[in-house]
Design a protein around this ligand. Structure first.
Ligand SMILES: NC(=O)c1ccc[n+]([C@@H]2O[C@H](COP(=O)([O-])OP(=O)(O)OC[C@H]3O[C@@H](n4cnc5c(N)ncnc54)[C@H](O)[C@@H]3O)[C@@H](O)[C@H]2O)c1
Length: 251
């Protein structure tokens, strides 16, 4: 129980990596605010996570909207009186070739994946009175290119840069800011039919050939890194992006 009585917010937590992170934090004793686009989905996920023996709170929040983000922080403080950990996980990865990419496609990805991090961090740090941890879910797409994901790669590269600058600004307030960059992880989002990499069993097999450790990642693999960064074991780590990809980016 390395996070006993801490309070964490996880965005995009109804499924996939976000749900895995919320559950792992709860198993370490953390009280968790489960946030996503639909209140019903948040409540369903929060009810399952509660079985770990901690208090949970479900709050609908579209992370690209300042009003909803501010409401998420207000409700958290009202319920738990403190905020220790913010995990900016919500994100989208719609494939579209650069020639066909519209201004609306670009704005949607940047607003959901990058502007959201600005909004959530700014609102959260006001509530982190006794120091804290901000952990952002980036991607290996911030280090290597993926066709059809120019906007996504830009948004994740933006996160890594934001992490470095914000870590500097918040160091004196004892708020550590880091990122985790996952490789290919088994999630509902990654299984959508318009996702060429995981469209079929054959494509999953092809993806695995890119991964030296020989398997797709699971949400738990990312959650383990997040729990570490949220814990006292990572007291002296700030401004970093930790790659968790089974070795994909090594070659
Ligand atoms: N799955 C992968 O292979 C992979 C690899 C690298 C990085 N990532 C990143 O991990 C994070 C989670 O991805 P996942 O694979 O679990 O995806 P997912 O689609 O399974 O889950 C993402 C969640 O975010 C929520 N969400 C989307 N837009 C939102 C918004 N505007 N406000 C609030 N919530 C919103 C969705 O409702 C969903 O529950 C994303 O940031 C993604 O870019 C995933």
């Amino acid at each position: 129980m390395i996070l006993k009585n801490k309070v964490a917010i996880v965005t995009g937590a109804k499924q996939g990596i976000g749900y895995g992170i919320a559950l792992a934090l709860a198993k370490e004793g953390c009280q968790v605010v489960v946030s996503d686009l639909s209140q019903t989905d948040c409540e369903k996920a929060a009810a399952k996570i509660k079985k770990a023996g901690v208090k949970t709170l479900a709050v609908k929040c579209d992370v690209s909207k300042k009003k909803e983000v501010d409401n998420l922080i207000t409700k958290t403080i009202k319920e738990f009186k403190r905020l220790d950990i913010l995990v900016n996980n919500a994100g989208i990865f719609p494939f579209v070739s650069f020639d066909k990419m519209t201004e609306a496609d670009w704005d949607k990805v940047i607003d959901t994946n990058l502007k959201s991090v600005f909004l959530c961090c700014q609102s959260a740090v006001k509530a982190m009175k006794a120091g804290g941890r901000i952990i952002n879910i980036s991607s290996i797409a911030s280090f290597v290119g993926f066709e059809g994901l120019v906007h996504y790669c830009a948004s994740k590269g933006g996160i890594n840069a934001l992490v470095r600058a914000l870590a500097l600004e918040l160091a004196s307030r004892k708020i550590n800011v880091n990122a985790v960059a996952p490789g290919a992880i088994n999630t509902p989002g990654a299984k959508q039919p318009d996702q060429p990499k995981t469209k079929s069993e054959e494509l999953v097999k092809q993806t695995i050939t890119m991964i030296p450790l020989g398997r797709m990642g699971e949400p738990k693999d990312i959650a383990n890194a997040v729990v570490f960064l949220a814990s006292n074991m990572a007291d002296y780590i700030t401004g970093q992006t930790i790659i968790v990809d089974g070795g994909w980016t090594l070659r």
